[in-house]
Design a protein around this ligand. Sequence first.
Ligand code: GLU
Length: 587
Amino acid sequence: MCGIFGYTGQRKKAAEIVFDGLKQLEYRGYDSWGVGVCVGDNFVIDKHAGKIGNAVVNLPDRSFSFGHTRWATHGGVTDKNAHPHLDCTKTIAIVHNGIIENFQEIRKKLSPKHTIISETDTEIMAHLIEEYRKKYDTVEAIRLAFLECQGLSAFLIADAKSKMLIAVKTGSPLVVGVGQGENLVGSDAHCLLSLTRNVVFLENNQLAVLTQDNVDFLDVKGGHEIKPNIHTLDWKPENTKKGKYKHFLIKEVSEQPRVLENIALHYAEEVRKLSKLITEAFGTFMLGCGSASYAALSGVYLFSKIAKKHVNFGIGSEFSYLEDYLTSKSLVIPISQSGETIDVVEPVSKAKKKGVKIAALVNVMGSTLYRQADFRLMLGAGQEKAVIGTKSFTAMFAVLLFSAYAIVNKEKVAKNLLLAASKNVSKILDKKTVSKIKKLAKILKEKEHAYVIGRGLSYAAALEGTLKLKETSYLHAEGFAGGELKHGVIALIEKGTPCFVIAPNDETYDEIISNAQEVKARGGLIVGVGPRENDVFDIFLKTEDIKEATLIPQVVYFQLLGYFLALEKGFKDPDKPRNLAKSVTVK
Ligand code: GLU
């Protein structure tokens, strides 16, 4: 996944600029980091395993620098595997986001003649460029080497002699910042904004050559120059400080009432446009990964229940194998916080080639999905810094609920439900409820497993709820459709096994309570989540009864529980759980 940043210009402390840029990109991966500068014709590189977070860079003042924060795909998390990597001449340095799928083949070909130091796929690109440089100039060598690599990758290559930075990509994002007497490149546009507002979103198979005073753009396949499309961004910098909160995660959970209110009050027109597209399409397919996939699943229930419409749902990474039935009359709705999730971007690119209309729900302006879409609806959750998605999920769900009501011209109903959900979330965030959740976290700390069951729309909540527990507190948790228990899952229940039962005041209530009884009969500890108390519950987490919007407070309980369980277990940084990255740009 990784973050890439490069700078060439007049400022003398380029390494610090790169370092600050990488800190902003840390959401993309944080298992190791590295920064390089040029001293004369040589590179000096500082690279380490571990988070860049509070590290300090220790490099000489120079005006040319580049760096990387890694999410390992090939090779362990070690200093040696951290980027940048060098060729044998030590005049080419490379940082990389993605996977070179045919790296073993290339490695085999190069290894008799080259000293390959790391276990990464990335390093072979440096040596491949070195090979091509024996016959071609640097840019042509990079172009040819890039064409030889299979898979989806973004590379930033530094040439120590010419002091050029060369950016080239297919799949993973890269944005070039065009300044005055300085040029830069980063994995997203936000990290460039403090230095320039003029940016070029590099498209697939485009290459940019950056020097202090100039940027040239090339088409990789044809090898010819191209005219860049420069965007001047008027984005306002967002409040990205923790303020009174200890972690971004709890700050972002607490921002949900405001996010919901904003959608309720300001989104009617936008959701009407989306609902029109859905009504006109012959087949609508929502796509997402992780939390976004559960938001999409909730959409299937919402559109069926509220608008009597069959809207399909697919997991992004599986959709490529399913999408043969799409036609130019279909509508695909990719849902993604970052707008960069490669498992969604790829099937959307394929669908676009078939003439399918794309209506993207994203939280990051200018992201790949944002740019790919024919219609785009910004989620308006504000920047989400914690790796765990909270307010972005709520915003996705709220927009889908609003759109479903808009199809049947009942926007007002949706607005009131979302305002009520906003109030309910505020109530859950009060001291009394939080202390109840903290007590429950103490109980869960002693448990190895937890299960969450729900039916209908609450099945989507069960899946999202278990994901929050897993990724924040590493508790093994599984979500199931209530009716599925007896088909095998109930074998997992032992005395004291916690089972959350999501029981809203809807058509699923009686049956999910029966399922709760079945678990209780086998010794399970039942935690009820819903508006109505029931004797079967050992512990009760109360929500208001706000029809379909009840899913929101249900999920907020799991967000809080995951967070407080993580703290209870002594995890130092719930904003960055192990092994994860926020923007998932590798397959
Ligand atoms: N494949 C490269 C590695 O494992 C880059 C991974 C990334 O995108 O961070 O080092």
